[in-house]
Design a protein around this ligand. Sequence first.
Ligand code: ZN
Length: 190
Amino acid sequence: MALLPILTAPDPRLKKKSLPVAAVDADVRQLMDDMLETMYAAPGIGLAAPQVGALKRVIVLDIDREETKTGPLFMANPEIVEASDEDVIYEEGCLSVPDHYSDVARPEKVRVRYLDRDGKQQELACEGLLATCVQHEIDHLDGILFIDHISSLKRNMILRKLLKARKEQERDEAEGKPHKADAKDPEHAL
Ligand code: ZN
């Protein structure tokens, strides 16, 4: 397994649409395993392949809460086949939008169909944080970030701050200053 670099907005690769995988072969399984390790190390509770620069419809999740303990979930070609009319609001964050959080409304319950790590078709009924997380990750496969669900004013402010932070980090690295670790909140890192 290997840790993969996580792309951050505004990276054009995060805006691209990912392609379905033809089958869950050894390469896809390797990608899934590397993504899971990368997600745990970040730390986060969900990660989509385009966040590590692979434009494939693959996501991984692991939600460990009192009410929900999923264990590691690997999904290839995930699609929402049912969604509730009721929405729920959750304060989302994203490993590709570090240190920024915003309320996003999404269907409270969804049913997702996908291929698991063995290439077998599965369906999973999701609610609560799991439903939010699955929808957030599938959005990534369509080039959509959680900040695309909020006002353009707030989105542009976040993107400007991310660019500024990136420039400061590049300058610090050029000057040989120690890298400031991001204070990430794993509760919100989807
Ligand atoms: Zn995300």
